[in-house]
Design a protein around this ligand. Structure first.
Ligand SMILES: CC(C)C[C@H](NC(=O)C[C@H](O)[C@H](CC1CCCCC1)NC(=O)CC[C@H](O)[C@H](Cc1ccccc1)NC(=O)OC(C)(C)C)C(=O)O
Length: 329
């Protein structure tokens, strides 16, 4: 068995990717942010304060004949961008891309931080990280993919995120027609809950790859490509107008700049991010100053291959073989 779900950029900056998920009986369809950087499936619900839930699609367990309260269970999560949410837990049928898990932990939000209140395009997150990262207490719950894995044709999923176009999350199979190049595989480290891996080197503007390895995570829930300062500087030294903008908290440059590509080696293959994908968005509507898709990871302490990098590739998250596959798109 397999599943295939379309995913769409949330806005003109590809800030987030939205995928519809069916929960309960009859199905309640919620737009969720699929996040390989976390391991909780949580939703805005009938238990979320009305003022916070305004503008959001919500899940009502009381309207689902298959919902069951997971008594005594609670959850609380804080993300890298300091957003947070918490609540209690139900189990219910959850269908993604036509594949159903009959008893999935659905974490219902009784509290959400301001960022989530304002982000009305999503009704929650579907974590695709490793189960060790799940925050439910007293007993951690499994992710939707972890519950699905044994019944899928293969215990893997792929992410095909695109710039301003519809992409896909496929479960249980690899559609190699989505890629232009071969899939390079490298071991994945799931010990922290993330999909950790090591790139073997990098280059700017199509030069030969150096041998400076980069260890980081493949994270569909992070918008940017966040790398060490020496890599970021090596890149922006090639961009005439690039400068750090305190108010934007990142490197900005003239939108008219012809940006160089950024390449990294992984699993014996090379992934090249075209310069166009590194021009993320004008700093404000109509501005001729643009915000960089490549920024420093210095204040995070971990390198993150977020959506800016993932958009250049078909990425295989292979749980069965504890490995990540990257193919040029
Ligand atoms: C709880 C742990 C087990 C896991 C947890 N994981 C993470 O924090 C990484 C994870 O991928 C989280 C998942 C995101 C949380 C916030 C909502 C969207 C998903 N990523 C993050 O926390 C990183 C935050 C994202 O990069 C935001 C997302 C965003 C975009 C637009 C509007 C609002 C929010 N982008 C964002 O800020 O984009 C700009 C800079 C261009 C504005 C952790 O590391 O603590």
């Amino acid at each position: 068995q397999t599943g295939s779900a379309n995913t769409n950029p949330s806005d003109s900056a590809d800030d987030e990717y939205i995928t519809n998920v069916s929960i309960g009986t009859p199905a309640q369809v919620l737009p969720l942010d699929f996040d390989t950087g976390s391991s909780d499936l949580w939703v805005f619900s009938s238990e979320t304060p009305k003022s916070s839930a305004s503008g959001h699609v919500t899940y009502s367990p009381s309207k689902s004949s298959t919902a069951k309260k997971l008594s005594g269970a609670s959850w609380s999560i804080t993300y890298g961008d300091h957003s947070s949410s918490s609540g209690d837990v139900y189990t219910d049928k959850v269908t993604v891309g036509g594949f159903s898990v009959s008893s999935q932990a659905v974490e219902s939000a009784t509290k959400v931080s301001t960022q989530f209140v304002q982000d009305t395009v999503i009704s929650g997150l579907l974590g695709l990280g490793f189960d060790v990262g799940n925050t439910v207490k007293p007993r951690a719950q499994k992710t939707w993919f972890s519950n699905a894995a044994n019944s899928l044709a293969q215990p893997l999923f792929t992410a095909d995120l695109k710039h301003q176009q519809t992409g896909s999350y496929n479960f249980g199979f690899i559609d190699t027609t989505l890629a232009k190049g071969p899939i390079g595989y490298t071991p994945a480290d799931g010990s922290e809950g993330y999909w950790g891996f090591t790139a073997t080197g990098y280059s700017v503007g199509g030069a030969k790859l150096n041998r400076n390895s980069i260890t980081g995570i493949a994270d569909t829930g992070t918008t940017l490509l966040l790398l060490d300062d020496d890599v970021v500087n090596a890149y922006y030294n090639n961009v005439e107008s690039a400068q750090y903008d305190d108010s934007q908290q990142g490197v900005v440059f003239d939108c008219s700049e012809d940006l160089p590509s950024f390449s990294f080696g992984v699993g014996g293959t090379t992934i090249t991010i075209p310069g166009s994908l590194i021009n993320l968005t004008p700093v404000s509507d109509g501005s001729s100053t643009c915000f960089g898709g490549l920024q420093s990871s210095a204040d995070i302490g971990i390198n993150i291959f977020g959506d800016v990098a993932l958009k250049a590739a078909l990425v295989v998250f292979d749980l069965g073989n504890e490995r990540l596959g990257w193919a040029q798109k």
